[in-house]
Design a protein around this ligand. Structure first.
Ligand code: ADP
Ligand code: ASP
Ligand code: MG
Length: 401
């Protein structure tokens, strides 16, 4: 008998029909002599609707109260799914994140899991119950409810799989695996049979929302066997693992991220220590800087540009306002109309010409590159947002057609 953790996203549990579909997947797995823990997200667009509701009451509510609100979405799903399973005649218990032993830090809205105390989970499994756990949520040391950040139910599922040493963690969603690009944008995207943890971490971090990036980091750390598959079709999905079969794919995927803006400090005095002053001040405010570009000094000044997530834009602009006059910076400008498009693949470490092929595709599509950043297994470019879908397809075609 094995332990199987199955996670079902919002679209997979959006209504009565889908809930019973998920209940059937879970009970079939249970019938195959497995202990089953299912982790579920809020139904359909519930989380977005709750965010809108909050904004009608208070445009800047505290993060604590937002987490109290947002965690309710998952609580609805677990009870309804448990009722469906009860109706089918199986023993089942639903547990909120805190009942399931999720202890997190106090960073409401993007809390990190400190530990999963599995006593209650094991107790319920020991009684042969199917256990349904609310994803995306936990509790901090003050007993306050926390949430793990958008898409965080994937991470809840992997954390449970790691804590219970489960045989497999299956992420059921509305596509049948991980593709070479978002299949809703790039029609000819190809489904991958397997992908390495490292490649998947990069793809997820760079905008492929099919998996929460922290879920893949956790899976790598604890060696959790991860599979992404469809809740609507019974067929194998994509395996995410440490090592994959040797194959000739130069890159594994293309991703785009619209949650980005570019901030530029114009006319920074061209003297030593300026970049340090600027970025240490951003770091002190926990602002995560991504791509950085510095121009060559001319007439005693230079420009420094960098990108941050849209949610950190105001924080970054406020921080810069505080020190720019003392640093002698002439002007701060911000551009929201940008997207980051990236390619990912371990194959680029051993092959030349990958970057030039990507830039050629953009050039032929008449798309201007504003910034470039690279690491061992990825290349990212910053471009105008209006061009981002076209860029995704053009780059995808250059590598996969
Ligand atoms: P869930 O609600 O099940 O967590 P998400 O909406 O978070 O589902 O993730 C699934 C979606 O991720 C798909 O519908 C697809 O549009 C999108 N997606 C983005 N990039 C990729 C990719 N490379 N492969 C598969 N899906 C992707
Ligand atoms: N319901 C949360 C969200 O929409 C968490 C999740 O779906 O994973 O982001
Ligand atoms: Mg998701």
């Amino acid at each position: 008998m094995g332990i199987v953790v199955q996670k079902f996203g919002g679209t997979s549990v959006r209504d009565k029909e889908r809930l019973f579909n998920v209940a059937r997947i879970i009970t079939e797995t249970y019938e195959q002599s497995n202990s089953v823990v299912a982790v579920v997200s809020a139904q359909g667009d519930t989380t977005d609707d709750l965010i809108e509701k909050a904004a009608e009451i208070n445009p800047s509510p505290s993060k604590r109260e937002m987490d109290v609100l947002l965690s309710t979405g998952e609580q609805i799903s677990i009870s309804l799914l448990a009722m469906a399973i009860e109706a089918m005649g199986y023993p089942v218990k639903s547990l909120t994140g805190w009942q399931a032993g999720f202890f997190t830090d106090s960073n409401c809205g993007s809390a990190r899991i400190h530990r999963v105390d599995t006593e209650r989970l094991e107790n319920e499994l020991g009684k042969n119950n199917i256990v349904i756990v609310a994803g995306f949520q936990g509790i901090n040391k003050y007993d306050d409810i926390t949430t793990l950040g958008r898409g965080g139910s994937d991470t809840s599922a992997v954390a449970i799989a790691a804590a219970l040493k489960a045989d497999v963690c299956q992420i059921f969603t509305d596509v049948d695996g991980v593709y070479t690009a978002d299949p809703r944008i790039v029609r000819n995207a190809k489904r991958l049979d397997e992908i390495t943890y490292d490649e998947m971490i990069e793809l997820a971090t760079l905008g492929a929302q099919v998996l929460h990036n922290r879920s893949v980091e956790l899976a790598k750390k604890y060696n959790v066997e991860l599979e992404v598959l469809s809740s609507l079709e019974r067929k194998p999905g994509t395996k995410v693992k440490e090592v994959v079969k040797v194959e000739k794919m130069l890159i594994k995927g293309v991703a785009k991220d619209d949650d980005v803006c570019r901030i530029s400090a114009i006319g920074v005095p061209d003297v030593p220590g300026m970049a340090f002053k600027l970025f240490s001040m951003l770091a002190a405010r926990k602002i995560n800087v991504d791509i950085i570009l510095q121009s060559i000094g001319r007439d005693g000044t230079k420009d420094i540009s960098f990108t941050v997530a849209l949610s950190q834009k105001q924080l970054a602009l406020d921080a810069l306002k505080d020190i720019c006059s003392s640093m002698g910076v002439q002007e701060i400008v911000c551009d929201d109309d940008v997207s980051k498009v990236s390619i990912v693949g371990a194959g680029m470490q051993t092959n030349s010409g990958v970057a030039s092929r990507m830039f050629e595709a953009l050039g032929e599509a008449n798309i201007n590159i504003q910034m470039i950043s690279t690491s061992e297994i990825k290349i990212s470019v910053l471009i105008e947002r209006a061009d981002s879908k076209r860029a995704l397809s053009a780059i995808h075609d250059a590598f996969f057609d």
